[in-house]
Design a protein around this ligand. Structure first.
Ligand code: ASN
Length: 324
């Protein structure tokens, strides 16, 4: 490809049948990088002793995605099956906490998530209405354990990708653009960033960093651990340079009193979380920590696409529904 062809030209990703010959070549190249990425991520988790669970899509209990400062959900999908209401999976957070507390102390899932974001988000380049998370959870793990695991996973990926996928990365002009990364990544408290940069802290920090960074202490859903005595949240996002968030997670709440108090405080529908509440009451919900890596965002960062839906064979741009 010529240097001109390196520049991503697709503002709003098209469906496969609409692509030119040149765009098909680019799509195939991104597809090979995606395949390599998935192989690398899943191998590292398996090598680290994690069990690979298959996802579920319909369930009575799913992520409330509330309260979440960055949520913009237009519609929640609910349907009756066998006389019971179920929702499409927003994330397998509840399943993870129960699975890690019982039969699968270290687990990961490539989990399809449906989040019908508002149409305006079609143009951010970072939002899609169906995406896949590599969602993982480990019993008795701390935030620090999650940090070093993720650092191993991502540093291995970038190192091996640059070694084994040089031709494809060069074709899309990403070989030199992706820095080799090295852990431990720096950790910033969200409150300090707000004090330094104000409301634009997210875009400011992304522009400034040259290595991935952890952002901690972000108020959000009931299942993230909150220290009631200090008001600090033991949770985290991972931001990539010039790109933004590709992962979020936390140490988890597991105590009945705290979970019920937070569900009440947040105005979340208790009846959708009956099982996790019951298990917490019986002392069967255990301390765990984990996170989810947004696969299309990670591949979007690696390939430098304008819109992460360009990494999807069948683009899911908010507001745009293709036949496939
Ligand atoms: N996967 C995230 C976590 O592990 C939850 C989410 O996607 N909202 O915390």
């Amino acid at each position: 490809m010529t240097p001109n062809e390196c520049t991503p030209t697709i503002d709003l990703p098209k469906s496969l049948d609409q692509l030119t010959t040149q765009e098909i070549e680019r799509k195939a190249c991104i597809g090979r990088i995606a395949t390599y990425t998935l192989c690398s991520l899943t191998s590292t988790y398996v090598n680290q002793g994690f069990q690979w669970l298959l996802p579920v899509v319909l369930s009575q209990s799913t992520d409330p995605l509330w309260p979440d400062p960055s949520a913009s959900i237009e519609k929640r999908l609910e349907v009756d099956i066998y006389g019971k209401p179920v929702r499409t999976m927003a994330s397998m957070i509840v399943h993870k906490l129960i699975a890690a507390s019982t039969a699968y102390p270290k687990l990961f899932i490539l989990s399809p998530n449906v989040r019908l974001e508002k149409s305006e988000r079609g143009k951010t380049g970072k939002h899609i209405y169906e995406f896949t998370q590599l969602d993982f959870e480990a019993k008795d793990a701390t935030s620090k354990d999650v940090f070093s695991l993720v650092e191993t996973v991502l540093c291995t990926l970038v190192k091996d990708l640059k070694k084994n996928m040089k031709d494809d990365l060069t074709t899309i002009c990403r070989f030199d653009a992706i820095p080799t990364i090295e852990g431990p990544f720096k950790i910033f408290d969200r409150e300090d960033l707000e004090a330094k940069y104000g409301a634009t802290w997210e875009t400011d920090i992304i522009a400034e960093i040259t290595q991935p960074v952890w952002i901690t202490n972000i108020p959000r859903e009931f299942y993230d651990f909150e220290d009631f005595s200090t008001g600090r949240w033991d949770n985290y996002d991972l931001f990539m340079p010039q790109f933004g968030e590709i992962l979020s997670g936390s140490k988890r709440e597991y105590e009945y009193d705290k979970i019920t108090e937070k569900i009440e405080r947040d105005g979340v529908r208790k009846e959708n979380f009956a099982l996790i509440i019951k298990m917490a009451k019986e002392g069967r919900l255990k301390p765990t920590a984990g996170a989810g890596i947004g696969i299309e965002r990670l591949i979007g960062y690696l390939t430098g696409v304008k819109h992460i839906a360009e990494c999807q064979p069948f683009p899911r741009v908010p507001g745009i529904v293709h036949e496939l």
